[in-house]
Design a protein around this ligand. Sequence first.
Ligand code: ZN
Length: 168
Amino acid sequence: MTYPHPAMAIYPIRTFGDPVLRQTAQPVTEFDADLEHLVEDMLESMYDAPGVGLAAPQIGISKRVFVYDIGEGPGAMINPEIVETSGTYEFDEGCLSVPGHFWPITRPEYARVAGFDVDGQAIELEGDELMGRMLQHEVDHLHGTLLIKRLERDLRIEFMREWRKAQL
Ligand code: ZN
């Protein structure tokens, strides 16, 4: 007897204004089949969007998980913490939860992040430029921080004005 492969699901991406995006995500405590399934669904949702990174709150799940693929293959990290950053780097940054916008945002160029893989093994990820940017952006999501908070004041005010108008 064979068991059917559990169907993967593509989740809709939550967008700015959804309260789940402002919550602090909860640490993962069980490294089980449900977690593996969540990571698969997140990767599927990220590729469908498409994006180079996706944090669990973006699909409405307030857990400390993100997935990524900056063009070198898929990966996932559980309970990540930034342990080191250096340099400064301006980059046109976008977010699947704020669709249609890219803004120049200055952040550290290099980041190193410690966490766990889907099996609960301790791992580290590091990189500069796009990788460093993705790591910082996804960890921000797990703290309930969107890139809007990282914008220069004028750009933030302009976006908020535009966003409020679109809600009417
Ligand atoms: Zn994002």
